[in-house]
Design a protein around this ligand. Structure first.
Ligand code: GLA
Length: 384
């Protein structure tokens, strides 16, 4: 997506010169397949029509000057040769981390003035950080004239999270932000990093409902879940849960329960979710909403009961939407959980009613206001 004239004029205003490159990367919604990516399983996300713009121009020195337009115009300045973690302006760690990774890959990077502006709701589980990382990687590649494939851009973004920001996330968010396709979802095999696109039905809408539950302890809980999954894989003498099936898990249950009963539940979610994701792809391709609806319902229940990452507010939103949609659409929490959003796939003709049901019930029941975004599937930053 092109940056607006207003954004270019903001750049001029802050830096007294014209932006030389611009880059844009979208956020994402995951239709099904959560907490499967770091277990080398399957995911089915789509890039969405919310994203991050980065405008930049080179400097003659080794300074990086960044303004975050939508975070109260906060600005940071640091030297490319002395990149440290910033505890005050934590958003700037994505810029710092991206630069460190690119430098460690051997790319020659020059100082730059940078303006960032985005509209992905923050902390909502719609991958505002992946969209920032991928937009930054694309901008630095253009500015310093090097090429990177979409998959390598995604792997670089993931390393920023894993090595610098401190979140042990998988590859899904960065990969869909880099390689999403307009009007399509992406079936991604998180082991081989191969993918196929699946056309979204024209008569269906993708609705995202933000519970507006403040997400707390997300990174530490996330990292704990990942460690538990890895513990089960190691217990089964496999490199990842991708290689463990439900029968093998059942055999290990008694021994796992003796260590910690959560272990079986966590692994049960991951293995069953990866299977559901593959079934959901077939359902989507066959326009079989009845099956998709059932799979999304099972996914939510599994994330609630086995993986324990939903909240009462997310559960309530899913209940409201599922009751309304029946077998003509599906709803589930999306992303990492612990707050954030619910995604629904529903006939376009039911959108108004769904909005009404949420408006009439959610605030009364939870004391929180929900935000609703109607989304379209969009191109990634590196999609040809
Ligand atoms: C976060 C992570 C992803 C993925 C999801 C859960 O968004 O960044 O890698 O693990 O949670 O599916």
């Amino acid at each position: 997506m092109q940056a607006s004239k207003t954004l270019y004029s903001h750049f001029r205003q802050y830096f007294d010169q014209e932006a030389k490159v611009s880059a844009y990367a979208p956020g994402r919604v995951n239709l099904i397949g959560d907490h499967t990516d770091y277990n080398q399983g399957f995911v089915l996300p789509a890039a969405i029509n919310f994203g991050t713009h980065v405008l930049a121009c080179k400097r003659q020195d080794s300074l990086i000057n960044v303004v975050a337009l939508d975070i109260n115009e906060q600005s940071v300045c640091f030297d490319l040769n002395d990149i440290q973690y910033d505890t005050r302006f934590t958003w700037s760690n994505y810029v710092r981390g991206v630069l460190l990774e690119l430098k460690s890959m051997g790319f020659a990077i020059q100082g730059a003035d940078i303006l960032i502006s985005g509209d992905v709701p923050q902390g909502a589980g719609l991958s505002s950080s992946a969209s920032l990382e991928i937009a930054l990687i694309s901008a630095f590649a253009k500015l310093n004239q090097f090429e990177l494939s979409g998959v390598d851009a995604a792997l670089t973004g993931q390393k920023v999270e894993n090595n610098f920001v401190g979140c042990n996330c998988g590859i899904m968010d960065q990969l869909i932000s880099a390689l999403g396709k307009k009007s399509h979802a992406m079936m991604l095999d998180c082991r081989s990093l191969t993918y196929d696109y699946a056309k979204l039905p024209d008569d269906m809408a993708i609705m995202i409902v933000n519970s507006n539950v403040k997400r707390e302890l997300v990174d530490s809980e996330y990292n704990t879940r990942r460690a538990q999954c890895e513990q089960v894989a190691a217990f089964c003498h496999k490199s990842a849960l991708r290689d463990v099936n439900l029968a093998e898990l059942a055999e290990a249950k008694t021994a796992l329960d003796a260590i910690n009963p959560e272990l079986y539940q966590r692994a049960h979610h991951v293995i069953s979710e990866s299977e559901r994701t593959q079934l959901a792809l077939s359902a989507l391709n066959e326009n079989d909403m009845k099956s998709l609806s059932a799979l999304m319902a099972q996914s939510h229940l599994s994330l609630k009961e086995d993986f324990a990452v939903t909240t009462p507010e997310l559960d309530y939103l899913v209940e409201l939407l599922s009751d309304l949609l029946g077998e003509s659409g599906g709803a589930r929490m999306t992303g990492g959980g612990f707050g954030g959003c619910v995604v629904a796939i529903l006939p376009k003709g039911m959108v108004a009613k769904a909005k009404q049901v949420i408006a009439q019930n959610y605030q009364q029941h939870t004391g929180l206001m929900a935000d609703i975004y109607l989304c379209s599937a969009e191109q990634g930053a590196f999609t040809c």
